[in-house]
Design a protein around this ligand. Sequence first.
Ligand SMILES: [Zn+2]
Length: 175
Amino acid sequence: MSSAPPVCERGNDHDSDLDATVRGHSHQKARQVMTTIPKPIPVPDADSEGFWKAAANHVLAIQRCTECGWFGYPPVVVCHGCLSPTRSFRFEEVSGRGTLKTWTVLHNAFLPGFQGDIPYVVAEIQLAEQEGLIMVVQLVGADPESLRIGLPAEVIFDDVADGVSVPHFQLVEQG
Ligand SMILES: [Zn+2]
């Protein structure tokens, strides 16, 4: 059934660096390696290709059923809105606006590339376009103590590699 756009390590060339860090024959080498371990780079598949192509141009595009207009995220195989057997979808630009539904604060980096970010906030963002259309994203630049359900947020893009950008969200300044 549905699956999140995959986020995988590109190749395994990081593994040897990680081993070197863990084994740590010399502190100097370990320090050097720690600063160079990158974050994982998204690797699009057939279902998520449209999402990542748009993101590369700093556009948030969500899979949409051409039969009934229902948005699906993560991409689905069959429209949950109309169950159409035609399975006809396209990726359509959305507003990139939403509201904070819930969040958690990460104090441990489960992947070495995120070590420099901790503590950081991972949030569910209810997108403006459709009730229940929710993205799980990194909420950047936010003080965890200031977070409240329903706060408005907007998409921003992090250029993580050549031609690859990852959408994050940030709170919208309220004045
Ligand atoms: Zn549909």
